[in-house]
Design a protein around this ligand. Structure first.
Ligand SMILES: C[S@@+](CC[C@H](N)C(=O)[O-])C[C@H]1O[C@@H](n2cnc3c(N)ncnc32)[C@H](O)[C@@H]1O
Length: 373
């Protein structure tokens, strides 16, 4: 509240979202308040068990094998949350591809000190070498390998924009009295943001009060990621829509959601600094921003189809051969596998693969046909 007052009583939504998520003392991630997992604030695919990492592994190995020479390789995870995916992948690599152990290091990019602290505890005994680096540090000596961004880009601050019946305006957050917040229209959009929006929503303007998001944080993030990886692939896994779905006239309030304690709300102003705030990605915005910083698109697919291509059906079938003594574990793994492919749950996530430089070799496994039964 004091900060908002000091800023003149109104800030653009992106500033509010940045404070609410990433402020080191008060932000939901910055202060390490949010807990990822089925008994925390919200579940993500890796937090449901190790099957997700084990299914992803062949894709990572395909990309590692494509790197020329025998030099050092890195698996860079950005936004590792609790560190579960990093731990599960390092265990799977040590087990399934022990020949990589000497060449491969795990590099974690986590700007929020509260989250990094928890990752260090979880990964203390990980079977691969681990280090935490900022993008700024990586840019000094960029790495070769694979970079992952699993449910990270949806946590980048977005700008909210509003059609007031006559013009496009920024939507921001303002102070009401001493202690309440409200969403409030601000100045007209800058020429740059207006051009970006108009490229995404051709056709007639929207009904008065129609509101959406623009992903202003994507281009700088992708440029930093590109400068951190001299050669290799970036796999983005996140909620995403095509522009026609994202900016459809009937989607009148964007995609912004808040999560806490397994509850979801469309009110981003609830208890700032205690709720996760997320917005879907727009595929075209991501692809344009990626191309502008030198990434080439290898392809994209829904998570359900990507995991089927990587052998999810065979894994589900194999669970039926488990012993009755492991029944509880088998049932929870079965439930997780079904959630990964369920189109109304995690199956609708997108996997978007980008390549940094070097020749594009074989088609990524996750874009191929599923293996024969
Ligand atoms: C929703 S959690 C995802 C956790 C984990 N990847 C998972 O799927 O379980 C978002 C993570 O991204 C981190 N994060 C937020 N902004 C980031 C940025 N600009 N770069 C890298 N990580 C970021 C957060 O601190 C948090 O660790």
């Amino acid at each position: 509240m004091e900060r908002l007052q000091a800023a003149g009583g109104w800030v653009p939504f992106s500033t509010y979202m940045d404070w609410a998520l990433h402020d080191p003392s008060h932000g939901a991630y910055g202060a390490g308040r949010l807990q990822v997992g089925p008994s925390g604030d919200f579940a993500t695919s890796p937090s449901l068990g190790p099957d997700f990492a084990e299914l992803l592994l062949p894709q990572l190995l395909q990309w590692f094998q494509q790197q020329p020479g025998n030099g050092p390789l890195a698996l860079i995870e950005t936004g590792p949350g609790e560190g579960q995916l990093a731990l599960q992948l390092s265990e799977a690599i040590a087990r399934e591809a022990p020949e990589l152990r000497e060449r491969l290091e795990l590099v974690l990019v986590e700007p929020n000190p509260g989250m990094a602290e928890r990752q260090r505890v979880l990964l203390a005994e990980a079977p691969l070498r681990c280090r935490w680096q900022s993008f700024a540090q990586l840019q000094e000596s960029p790495l070769t390998g694979v970079m992952l961004a699993h449910e990270v880009l949806d946590a980048l601050a977005v700008e909210r924009v509003l059609w007031d019946g006559q013009d496009w305006r920024l939507q921001g957050v303002s102070l009401v009295g001493d202690a309440a917040l409200e969403l409030a229209a601000g100045p007209p959009l800058s020429a740059d943001l207006r051009a970006e929006l108009e490229a995404l929503i051709p056709g007639p303007s929207r009904p008065e009060g129609w509101c959406t998001e623009l992903h202003v944080g994507l281009a700088p993030w992708l440029a930093q990621a590109a400068a951190s990886l001299s050669q290799g692939q970036l796999l983005v896994i996140d909620y995403a829509h095509e522009a026609w779905r994202y900016y459809a006239p009937q989607r009148s309030n964007g995609t912004l959601m808040a999560y806490r304690g397994q509850r979801a709300s469309d009110d981003p102003l609830l208890e700032p600094g205690h709720w996760d705030l997320t917005a879907h990605l727009c595929l075209e915005s991501l692809e344009r921003a990626a191309a502008a910083s030198g990434w080439s698109l290898l392809g994209q697919r829904r998570q359900g189809e990507a995991l089927l291509a990587l052998g999810l059906a065979q894994r589900l079938h194999a669970l039926q051969q488990g012993s009755p003594a492991e029944l509880a574990d088998l049932l929870s793994r079965r439930e997780a596998l079904l959630r990964y492919v369920d189109p109304s749950a995690l199956g609708d996530f997108r996997w978007i693969a980008l390549q940094r430089s070097g020749a594009v070799a074989a088609q990524p496994l996750f874009l191929q046909d599923p293996p024969l039964a």
